[in-house]
Write a protein that binds this ligand. Sequence first.
Ligand SMILES: *Cc1c(COP(=O)(O)O)cnc(C)c1O
Length: 351
Amino acid sequence: MFDLQRITRDNIKKLVAYSSARDEFSGNAEVYLDANENSLGSPLIKWYNRYPDPHQNAVKNALSMVKGIKQEHIFLGNGSDECIDLLYRCFCNPGKDNVIICPPTYGMYQVSANINDIELRIAPLLDDYQLNLAHIETLIDDHTKLIWLCSPNNPTGNSLKRSDIEMVLNNFNGLVVIDEAYINFAKQKTFIQELGDYPNLVVLQTFSKAWGLAALRLGMAFASKEIISILNKTKPPYNINQATQELALKALEEVGQVNDMIKEIVDMRDALAKVLWEVPTVKKVYPSDANFLLVKIEDAHNLYEFLLTKGIVVRDRSNVKLCDDCLRITIGTEKENTALIDAIEDWINKE
Ligand SMILES: *Cc1c(COP(=O)(O)O)cnc(C)c1O
Protein backbone atom coordinates (compact mmCIF):
# COMPACT_ATOMS: atom_id res chain seq x y z
CA MET A 1 0.00 0.00 0.00
CA PHE A 2 1.23 3.46 -0.89
CA ASP A 3 1.65 5.73 2.12
CA LEU A 4 2.72 9.29 1.33
CA GLN A 5 3.57 9.94 4.99
CA ARG A 6 5.98 7.01 4.99
CA ILE A 7 7.91 8.21 1.98
CA THR A 8 8.05 11.93 2.84
CA ARG A 9 11.25 13.10 4.55
CA ASP A 10 10.74 13.98 8.23
CA ASN A 11 12.25 17.46 7.85
CA ILE A 12 9.79 18.16 5.02
CA LYS A 13 6.84 16.86 7.03
CA LYS A 14 7.80 19.28 9.80
CA LEU A 15 8.62 22.15 7.46
CA VAL A 16 6.71 25.40 7.87
CA ALA A 17 6.68 27.06 4.45
CA TYR A 18 8.09 30.56 4.00
CA SER A 19 5.29 33.06 4.26
CA SER A 20 5.76 35.86 1.74
CA ALA A 21 4.34 39.38 1.96
CA ARG A 22 1.82 38.34 -0.73
CA ASP A 23 0.80 35.31 1.35
CA GLU A 24 0.11 37.41 4.41
CA PHE A 25 -1.92 39.97 2.49
CA SER A 26 -3.56 38.82 -0.73
CA GLY A 27 -6.42 41.30 -1.21
CA ASN A 28 -6.35 44.53 -3.22
CA ALA A 29 -4.77 47.60 -1.65
CA GLU A 30 -3.99 51.15 -2.81
CA VAL A 31 -0.54 51.30 -1.33
CA TYR A 32 1.90 48.39 -1.03
CA LEU A 33 4.58 48.97 1.56
CA ASP A 34 4.94 45.37 2.68
CA ALA A 35 7.60 43.73 0.47
CA ASN A 36 10.54 46.15 0.28
CA GLU A 37 10.14 46.51 -3.48
CA ASN A 38 11.19 49.71 -5.28
CA SER A 39 8.06 51.85 -5.00
CA LEU A 40 9.30 54.29 -7.68
CA GLY A 41 9.01 51.71 -10.45
CA SER A 42 11.36 49.74 -12.69
CA PRO A 43 13.62 50.56 -15.67
CA LEU A 44 11.71 47.92 -17.66
CA ILE A 45 8.01 47.17 -17.53
CA LYS A 46 6.14 49.31 -14.99
CA TRP A 47 4.89 46.50 -12.74
CA TYR A 48 8.15 44.55 -12.74
CA ASN A 49 9.10 46.27 -9.50
CA ARG A 50 6.62 43.89 -7.82
CA TYR A 51 7.18 40.26 -6.82
CA PRO A 52 5.30 37.75 -9.01
CA ASP A 53 2.41 35.56 -7.84
CA PRO A 54 4.11 32.78 -5.83
CA HIS A 55 1.21 30.42 -6.63
CA GLN A 56 1.05 31.21 -10.38
CA ASN A 57 -2.74 31.13 -10.23
CA ALA A 58 -3.41 32.67 -13.64
CA VAL A 59 -1.09 30.25 -15.47
CA LYS A 60 -2.39 27.24 -13.55
CA ASN A 61 -5.98 28.23 -14.24
CA ALA A 62 -5.31 28.42 -17.99
CA LEU A 63 -3.34 25.16 -17.89
CA SER A 64 -6.11 23.46 -16.02
CA MET A 65 -8.48 24.23 -18.96
CA VAL A 66 -5.98 23.15 -21.61
CA LYS A 67 -5.10 19.89 -19.83
CA GLY A 68 -8.54 19.12 -18.43
CA ILE A 69 -7.20 18.70 -14.93
CA LYS A 70 -7.89 20.54 -11.68
CA GLN A 71 -5.53 23.30 -10.57
CA GLU A 72 -4.82 21.50 -7.28
CA HIS A 73 -3.11 18.73 -9.28
CA ILE A 74 -0.64 21.11 -10.98
CA PHE A 75 2.82 22.20 -9.82
CA LEU A 76 5.03 24.57 -11.85
CA GLY A 77 8.82 24.46 -11.71
CA ASN A 78 11.73 26.42 -13.15
CA GLY A 79 12.00 23.79 -15.90
CA SER A 80 11.34 20.09 -15.30
CA ASP A 81 14.81 20.12 -13.85
CA GLU A 82 13.51 21.96 -10.77
CA CYS A 83 10.68 19.41 -10.42
CA ILE A 84 13.22 16.58 -10.57
CA ASP A 85 15.39 18.18 -7.91
CA LEU A 86 12.39 18.88 -5.65
CA LEU A 87 11.21 15.27 -5.83
CA TYR A 88 14.60 14.23 -4.44
CA ARG A 89 14.54 16.92 -1.77
CA CYS A 90 11.02 16.12 -0.57
CA PHE A 91 11.10 12.33 -0.63
CA CYS A 92 14.68 11.03 -0.51
CA ASN A 93 16.96 11.12 2.55
CA PRO A 94 20.56 11.84 1.50
CA GLY A 95 22.94 8.97 2.24
CA LYS A 96 20.06 6.65 3.08
CA ASP A 97 17.43 6.27 0.34
CA ASN A 98 17.72 5.04 -3.22
CA VAL A 99 15.94 5.48 -6.56
CA ILE A 100 15.76 3.38 -9.72
CA ILE A 101 16.57 4.63 -13.22
CA CYS A 102 16.32 2.73 -16.51
CA PRO A 103 19.10 3.86 -18.85
CA PRO A 104 19.76 4.86 -21.52
CA THR A 105 17.60 7.75 -20.38
CA TYR A 106 17.57 11.46 -19.52
CA GLY A 107 20.74 12.42 -17.65
CA MET A 108 19.24 14.73 -15.04
CA TYR A 109 17.73 11.92 -12.93
CA GLN A 110 21.30 10.77 -12.25
CA VAL A 111 22.94 14.20 -11.87
CA SER A 112 20.23 15.36 -9.50
CA ALA A 113 20.57 12.13 -7.46
CA ASN A 114 24.31 12.76 -7.20
CA ILE A 115 23.75 16.36 -6.11
CA ASN A 116 21.35 15.19 -3.40
CA ASP A 117 23.55 12.24 -2.36
CA ILE A 118 20.91 9.66 -3.23
CA GLU A 119 21.94 6.14 -4.27
CA LEU A 120 21.10 5.18 -7.86
CA ARG A 121 20.01 1.67 -8.72
CA ILE A 122 20.18 0.79 -12.35
CA ALA A 123 17.84 -1.42 -14.35
CA PRO A 124 18.96 -0.95 -17.97
CA LEU A 125 16.29 -1.10 -20.65
CA LEU A 126 16.05 -4.34 -22.64
CA ASP A 127 17.39 -4.56 -26.20
CA ASP A 128 14.03 -3.33 -27.50
CA TYR A 129 14.30 -0.32 -25.15
CA GLN A 130 11.43 -1.55 -22.96
CA LEU A 131 11.47 -1.94 -19.16
CA ASN A 132 13.12 -4.94 -17.56
CA LEU A 133 10.40 -5.46 -14.96
CA ALA A 134 12.03 -8.51 -13.39
CA HIS A 135 15.26 -6.59 -12.86
CA ILE A 136 13.45 -3.56 -11.43
CA GLU A 137 11.70 -5.82 -8.93
CA THR A 138 15.00 -7.21 -7.61
CA LEU A 139 16.33 -3.68 -6.97
CA ILE A 140 13.47 -2.47 -4.78
CA ASP A 141 13.92 -2.39 -1.00
CA ASP A 142 12.42 -0.40 1.90
CA HIS A 143 14.58 2.60 1.02
CA THR A 144 13.55 2.79 -2.63
CA LYS A 145 11.57 6.01 -2.88
CA LEU A 146 11.29 6.81 -6.59
CA ILE A 147 11.29 5.00 -9.90
CA TRP A 148 12.04 7.24 -12.90
CA LEU A 149 10.31 6.29 -16.15
CA CYS A 150 10.75 8.41 -19.26
CA SER A 151 8.11 7.88 -21.93
CA PRO A 152 8.65 8.69 -24.75
CA ASN A 153 12.23 8.07 -23.70
CA ASN A 154 15.21 10.29 -24.42
CA PRO A 155 17.52 9.36 -26.25
CA THR A 156 15.82 6.24 -27.65
CA GLY A 157 12.60 7.98 -28.80
CA ASN A 158 10.21 5.11 -28.05
CA SER A 159 7.29 5.03 -25.65
CA LEU A 160 7.38 2.49 -22.86
CA LYS A 161 4.60 -0.12 -22.97
CA ARG A 162 1.58 1.17 -21.11
CA SER A 163 0.97 -2.23 -19.47
CA ASP A 164 4.56 -2.24 -18.12
CA ILE A 165 4.12 1.24 -16.64
CA GLU A 166 0.83 0.14 -15.08
CA MET A 167 2.57 -2.91 -13.61
CA VAL A 168 5.09 -0.63 -11.86
CA LEU A 169 2.36 1.76 -10.68
CA ASN A 170 0.30 -1.11 -9.26
CA ASN A 171 3.14 -2.88 -7.48
CA PHE A 172 5.62 -0.26 -6.25
CA ASN A 173 4.78 1.56 -3.03
CA GLY A 174 7.04 4.54 -3.62
CA LEU A 175 6.53 7.27 -6.23
CA VAL A 176 6.53 6.43 -9.93
CA VAL A 177 7.61 9.49 -11.91
CA ILE A 178 6.68 9.39 -15.60
CA ASP A 179 8.57 12.03 -17.56
CA GLU A 180 6.35 12.94 -20.51
CA ALA A 181 8.52 15.72 -21.97
CA TYR A 182 7.82 14.38 -25.49
CA ILE A 183 4.23 13.19 -25.03
CA ASN A 184 2.81 15.68 -27.55
CA PHE A 185 4.65 13.91 -30.37
CA ALA A 186 3.53 10.42 -29.32
CA LYS A 187 0.76 8.09 -30.41
CA GLN A 188 0.41 7.04 -26.74
CA LYS A 189 -1.86 9.02 -24.48
CA THR A 190 -0.70 10.85 -21.38
CA PHE A 191 -1.02 9.41 -17.86
CA ILE A 192 -2.30 12.68 -16.36
CA GLN A 193 -5.91 11.50 -16.61
CA GLU A 194 -5.05 8.47 -14.43
CA LEU A 195 -4.05 10.43 -11.31
CA GLY A 196 -7.28 9.38 -9.59
CA ASP A 197 -6.31 5.72 -9.90
CA TYR A 198 -2.70 6.03 -8.73
CA PRO A 199 -1.85 7.97 -5.55
CA ASN A 200 1.84 7.18 -6.23
CA LEU A 201 1.91 8.75 -9.71
CA VAL A 202 3.79 11.91 -10.68
CA VAL A 203 3.74 13.01 -14.33
CA LEU A 204 6.26 15.56 -15.60
CA GLN A 205 5.69 17.68 -18.70
CA THR A 206 7.44 20.79 -19.98
CA PHE A 207 7.06 23.94 -22.09
CA SER A 208 10.55 23.27 -23.51
CA LYS A 209 9.66 20.90 -26.36
CA ALA A 210 6.30 20.95 -28.18
CA TRP A 211 5.38 24.37 -26.76
CA GLY A 212 8.56 25.84 -28.25
CA LEU A 213 9.48 27.73 -25.08
CA ALA A 214 12.72 26.19 -23.81
CA ALA A 215 14.04 29.68 -23.01
CA LEU A 216 11.26 30.42 -20.49
CA ARG A 217 12.21 27.52 -18.18
CA LEU A 218 8.77 26.24 -17.27
CA GLY A 219 8.11 22.66 -16.25
CA MET A 220 4.95 21.01 -14.95
CA ALA A 221 4.35 18.24 -12.45
CA PHE A 222 0.93 16.61 -12.14
CA ALA A 223 0.09 14.53 -9.07
CA SER A 224 -2.36 14.09 -6.19
CA LYS A 225 -3.16 17.28 -4.32
CA GLU A 226 -1.25 15.97 -1.28
CA ILE A 227 1.95 15.51 -3.32
CA ILE A 228 1.45 18.90 -4.99
CA SER A 229 1.16 20.65 -1.60
CA ILE A 230 4.42 19.09 -0.44
CA LEU A 231 6.18 20.34 -3.59
CA ASN A 232 4.61 23.78 -3.13
CA LYS A 233 5.71 24.24 0.43
CA THR A 234 9.28 23.15 -0.41
CA LYS A 235 9.88 25.21 -3.57
CA PRO A 236 11.53 28.65 -3.47
CA PRO A 237 8.59 31.07 -3.04
CA TYR A 238 9.05 32.93 -6.36
CA ASN A 239 10.40 30.08 -8.51
CA ILE A 240 8.46 31.18 -11.61
CA ASN A 241 9.33 34.74 -12.57
CA GLN A 242 6.84 37.36 -13.77
CA ALA A 243 8.03 37.40 -17.41
CA THR A 244 7.65 33.62 -17.65
CA GLN A 245 4.19 33.72 -16.10
CA GLU A 246 3.00 36.42 -18.52
CA LEU A 247 4.46 34.76 -21.58
CA ALA A 248 3.21 31.28 -20.64
CA LEU A 249 -0.28 32.70 -20.20
CA LYS A 250 -0.10 34.17 -23.72
CA ALA A 251 1.22 30.91 -25.15
CA LEU A 252 -1.64 28.98 -23.59
CA GLU A 253 -4.01 30.99 -25.82
CA GLU A 254 -2.20 29.59 -28.86
CA VAL A 255 -2.95 25.88 -28.47
CA GLY A 256 -4.06 25.75 -32.11
CA GLN A 257 -0.73 27.04 -33.40
CA VAL A 258 1.18 24.63 -31.14
CA ASN A 259 -0.90 21.69 -32.36
CA ASP A 260 -0.16 22.67 -35.98
CA MET A 261 3.58 22.71 -35.21
CA ILE A 262 3.36 19.31 -33.53
CA LYS A 263 1.66 17.86 -36.58
CA GLU A 264 4.23 19.38 -38.91
CA ILE A 265 7.14 18.08 -36.82
CA VAL A 266 5.64 14.56 -36.68
CA ASP A 267 5.15 14.57 -40.48
CA MET A 268 8.74 15.75 -41.05
CA ARG A 269 10.03 13.17 -38.55
CA ASP A 270 8.36 10.34 -40.43
CA ALA A 271 9.57 11.68 -43.78
CA LEU A 272 13.14 12.10 -42.49
CA ALA A 273 13.08 8.56 -41.10
CA LYS A 274 12.16 7.22 -44.55
CA VAL A 275 14.98 9.12 -46.24
CA LEU A 276 17.51 8.04 -43.59
CA TRP A 277 16.57 4.37 -44.05
CA GLU A 278 17.65 4.72 -47.69
CA VAL A 279 21.13 5.95 -46.74
CA PRO A 280 23.45 2.96 -47.33
CA THR A 281 25.47 3.34 -44.11
CA VAL A 282 22.37 3.66 -41.92
CA LYS A 283 21.82 0.41 -40.04
CA LYS A 284 18.69 1.39 -38.20
CA VAL A 285 16.33 4.29 -37.65
CA TYR A 286 14.58 3.57 -34.37
CA PRO A 287 10.82 4.16 -34.25
CA SER A 288 10.22 7.55 -32.64
CA ASP A 289 7.35 8.96 -30.61
CA ALA A 290 9.35 12.16 -30.03
CA ASN A 291 10.72 15.15 -31.98
CA PHE A 292 14.02 13.43 -32.69
CA LEU A 293 15.33 10.27 -34.30
CA LEU A 294 17.88 7.84 -32.92
CA VAL A 295 19.88 6.54 -35.86
CA LYS A 296 22.38 3.68 -35.88
CA ILE A 297 24.94 4.39 -38.55
CA GLU A 298 28.38 3.12 -39.53
CA ASP A 299 31.23 5.20 -38.15
CA ALA A 300 28.82 7.41 -36.16
CA HIS A 301 31.45 9.36 -34.28
CA ASN A 302 33.37 10.34 -37.41
CA LEU A 303 30.16 11.31 -39.16
CA TYR A 304 29.36 13.48 -36.14
CA GLU A 305 32.70 15.27 -36.57
CA PHE A 306 32.13 15.64 -40.32
CA LEU A 307 28.68 17.15 -39.78
CA LEU A 308 30.26 19.72 -37.46
CA THR A 309 32.56 20.86 -40.28
CA LYS A 310 29.36 21.47 -42.29
CA GLY A 311 27.93 23.55 -39.45
CA ILE A 312 25.44 20.87 -38.38
CA VAL A 313 25.35 19.74 -34.76
CA VAL A 314 23.61 16.52 -33.77
CA ARG A 315 23.99 14.63 -30.50
CA ASP A 316 26.68 11.95 -30.48
CA ARG A 317 25.33 9.06 -28.39
CA SER A 318 27.77 6.49 -29.81
CA ASN A 319 29.45 5.99 -26.42
CA VAL A 320 26.19 5.40 -24.56
CA LYS A 321 25.45 1.81 -23.56
CA LEU A 322 22.76 0.25 -25.80
CA CYS A 323 23.17 3.21 -28.19
CA ASP A 324 26.52 2.26 -29.73
CA ASP A 325 27.00 3.80 -33.19
CA CYS A 326 23.99 6.03 -32.63
CA LEU A 327 23.39 9.69 -33.31
CA ARG A 328 20.38 11.51 -31.90
CA ILE A 329 19.00 13.93 -34.44
CA THR A 330 16.43 16.60 -33.59
CA ILE A 331 13.86 17.24 -36.33
CA GLY A 332 14.71 20.58 -37.91
CA THR A 333 12.92 22.73 -40.45
CA GLU A 334 12.40 21.29 -43.94
CA LYS A 335 15.50 23.16 -45.08
CA GLU A 336 17.62 21.98 -42.15
CA ASN A 337 16.58 18.36 -42.63
CA THR A 338 17.52 18.58 -46.31
CA ALA A 339 20.89 20.12 -45.39
CA LEU A 340 21.48 17.20 -43.02
CA ILE A 341 20.69 14.58 -45.68
CA ASP A 342 22.90 16.39 -48.24
CA ALA A 343 25.76 16.47 -45.74
CA ILE A 344 25.41 12.75 -44.99
CA GLU A 345 25.51 12.05 -48.73
CA ASP A 346 28.66 14.17 -49.08
CA TRP A 347 30.21 12.11 -46.28
CA ILE A 348 29.46 8.82 -48.03
CA ASN A 349 30.70 10.02 -51.42
CA LYS A 350 33.89 11.35 -49.85
CA GLU A 351 34.93 7.86 -48.74
C1 LIG B 1 14.15 18.06 -22.62
C2 LIG B 1 13.71 17.18 -21.52
C3 LIG B 1 13.13 17.71 -20.37
C4 LIG B 1 12.92 19.19 -20.24
O1 LIG B 1 13.52 19.76 -19.17
P1 LIG B 1 13.22 21.31 -18.86
O2 LIG B 1 14.02 21.52 -17.63
O3 LIG B 1 11.74 21.42 -18.64
O4 LIG B 1 13.68 22.09 -20.05
C5 LIG B 1 12.69 16.86 -19.38
N1 LIG B 1 12.80 15.53 -19.53
C6 LIG B 1 13.33 14.99 -20.62
C7 LIG B 1 13.40 13.52 -20.77
C8 LIG B 1 13.82 15.79 -21.65
O5 LIG B 1 14.38 15.24 -22.73
